[in-house]
Design a protein around this ligand. Structure first.
Ligand SMILES: [Zn+2]
Ligand SMILES: [Zn+2]
Length: 648
């Protein structure tokens, strides 16, 4: 449905000077722009794109929407005045900028799980530790991924000496391509981390990326900083803690870690080095808080391997294991177990195939000759000779396992007697979808094992006893709990205090907070711009809170469009009002309601005509108000109402 395009300039009603679009989207972009102007080049790009769209569509004019949008942006700015203040004051408020002090500014990973990014500054030089993304929660309708706001980095790009990466999980590397599209900085990481990144650079068509593959326990100079990567255990190989040396003191960032004394690859975390650092003195420690609520220790991968073997032993038919594609140790262990039980391995899911390729190529994985078979070959083997490794451990609807459980996978159907093992724990928020998949699998006759019934998974993050060991080895002067929601950060802070740390030396931070310290004291000195940047399709940062609010409104209450054709000289209705609705009521069963709604609009239009109201914005407001009240009275619902006046 489109509005007729006016051929001549209308003179009889007031028109706003600026051309506007009828859709709320564009007004939203504008609303956001008011606030985000000069703050984010990325956003500006998106805005430019949208302005171009706006021009193309400028024939669609709607003065009322402009008013609405102004109201919206006014509302927004009155709600969040600090955002505007920030942009005016060059978006950083730092008191007492000390030259000889170290500054730490997290731009992500505080009070949230994901998009980890920390900035460390000293003597006008900057170092970035990790640059990850996070996945949208249920509220973020239509959003693909979420990035940290990197405005502060872009502004200070001349100071950045490099990005050091603790490990290859998405919440630590996922935003790097987006950073590199704007500034070219060298990336430092271990073997697998860089291997996984190389795939990303390919996907994003980034050439000319300078990467430095680091070895453990060597010092690398990045400007005045010296960094050293130290081996830790985690749910992905080649994970490291990073020690950053300055002449003021040492900063230790643990990255994600756990302590596994019997890891799959036999490479035990370098506890010795942590103890040495502790002896030499660590000024500041930043440590993983993800599991700080959990008492005890994580179980070893060896324990998981034993449970897995038990499960394999009892399986009479096919075995299907769902796990995280990045958990290479787990994949290795599953392949080893398959080999032991003479089963061929089929790998299913794009990311899983990807990881197998990268990890085998780099020698991180050791896959026995001839054990892998293609999915097309499964008919050549008996059921008890097959093992399928698949993505979908989080119940992701598009992943192979969900499709199999729903019976709409092209090549694979769940059969009576299949054994399905979830070798993963639910990421918070995914419990429901996983539960649905488990139910469906049971209904199709499969047997299902998941971590609440057997030890077929272990976390990659240190529990309390492991955290205590880290604190006691490192003995930092100052401490920032990182990687976690507020409750995790708080519990980690409590744990440090129980170990005897002074409360004044522990800092629970927000994204954007800037901490400044020397050997004597550490304090909060300011705030820089930080917050989520939504990626939706090709748009980075163009979806803001107003678009999101409209999406929620549409999703929850539906839409009603009222179309009226008017003769612009006579100011008379020529056709309509016509009403189209989506997601509001089932129209065929609500004809009376729709008829009445039309009458309500008609009546209001007549009243306005008598009063001589000709301004389109007023006409539209009139339509909207009359319908809003009527519909609420009749249905107690509040759909989004979009009046459109066509000009004939
Ligand atoms: Zn991780
Ligand atoms: Zn992480």
């Amino acid at each position: 449905m489109t509005e007729n395009q006016p051929k001549k300039k209308k003179k009889w009603y007031k028109r706003p000077k600026k051309k506007e679009n009828t859709t709320d989207n564009v007004s939203d972009v504008k609303g956001d722009k008011n606030i985000d102007k000069q703050e984010s080049p990325k956003k500006n790009e998106a805005i430019k794109k949208n302005e171009a769209t706006k021009k193309n569509e400028s024939a669609k004019k709607n003065d009322n929407d402009k008013k609405q949008e102004q109201q919206k942006s006014n509302k927004k700015s009155s709600k969040k005045p600090q955002v505007k203040v920030k942009s005016k004051s060059n978006d950083i408020k730092v008191t007492n900028p000390g030259e000889d002090k170290i500054r730490i500014t997290p731009l992500g990973g505080m009070k949230e799980i994901g998009k980890n990014l920390n900035v460390i500054e000293y003597k006008d030089e900057m170092l970035i530790v990790d640059c990850g993304l996070s996945f949208p929660d249920d509220e973020m309708l239509g959003i693909d991924i979420v990035l940290p706001d990197m405005t502060y980095l872009i502004k200070n790009q001349h100071k950045i000496k490099g990005v050091v990466i603790t490990h290859g999980h998405e919440d630590h590397i996922g935003a790097i391509p987006y950073l590199l599209k704007q500034i070219n900085v060298p990336i430092y990481g271990t073997r697998l981390t860089l291997g996984l990144l190389a795939k990303k650079f390919e996907e994003h068509r980034l050439g000319n990326v300078k990467t430095v593959r680091v070895e453990r326990n060597q010092k690398y100079h990045l400007g005045g900083f010296k960094v050293e990567f130290i081996r830790v255990s985690h749910s992905i190989p080649d994970a490291s803690a990073i020690a950053i040396y300055t002449d003021m003191g040492t900063i230790l960032h643990t990255g994600d870690f756990k302590i596994d004394y019997t890891p799959v690859d036999g490479q035990v975390m370098d506890l010795h080095r942590f103890a040495q650092l502790g002896e030499e003195g660590v000024l500041m420690m930043m440590a993983d808080s993800t599991n700080s609520e959990r008492p005890g220790s994580t179980i070893s991968e060896q324990t998981v391997a034993k449970s897995m073997e038990n499960a394999f032993m009892n399986a009479k038919s096919r075995i299907i294991v769902a796990t995280f594609s990045s958990n290479v140790h787990r994949l290795q262990m599953i392949v080893n177990t398959a080999a032991k039980f003479n089963r061929k391995v089929v790998i299913n899911g794009r990311s899983m195939l990807n990881v197998f390729a990268v990890a085998s190529e780099l020698g991180v994985m050791d896959v026995p000759e001839g054990i892998l078979i293609d999915i097309k070959e499964i008919n050549r083997y008996r059921e008890d000779q097959l093992l399928l490794i698949t993505t979908g451990s989080q119940g992701e609807p598009m992943a192979a396992l969900s499709r199999m459980s729903a019976g709409d996978h092209r090549q694979l159907q769940i059969q009576e007697g299949d054994l399905v093992i979830f070798s993963a724990s639910p990421i918070p928020g995914n419990e429901k979808t996983i539960s649905r998949v488990i139910n469906q699998l049971f209904e199709r006759g499969a047997d299902v094992i998941y971590d609440s019934v057997a030890e077929v998974h272990t976390s990659g993050h240190a529990c309390q006893e492991e955290l205590k060991l880290m604190h006691k080895l490192v003995k930092p002067k100052f401490f920032i709990p990182v990687h976690g929601e507020y409750r995790h950060l708080k519990q980690h802070a409590n744990l440090a205090m129980r170990l005897g740390m002074d409360e004044e030396n522990i800092f629970i931070m927000q994204n954007g907070d800037m901490l400044e310290f020397d050997q004597e004291e550490c304090k909060h000195v300011g705030t820089v711009q930080a917050g989520p940047i939504f990626v939706d399709g090709l748009g980075v940062g163009d979806v803001g809170s107003i678009v999101m609010r409209d999406r929620k409104h549409l999703a929850e209450d539906g839409l009603m469009v009222v179309v009226v054709s008017m003769d612009r000289r006579e100011s008379k209705i020529v056709a309509g009002p016509d009403i189209i609705s989506r997601g509001f009521v089932y129209v065929r069963e609500s004809e009376d309601l729709m008829d009445e709604a039309r009458e309500v609009v008609q009546k209001r239009m007549n009243q306005m005509e008598e009063k001589g109201i000709r301004e389109w914005s007023q006409l539209k407001n009139g339509i909207r108000d009359s319908l809003k009240d009527f519909l609420y009275q009749k249905t107690q619902r509040r759909p989004m109402i979009l009046p459109i006046i066509m000009d004939v």
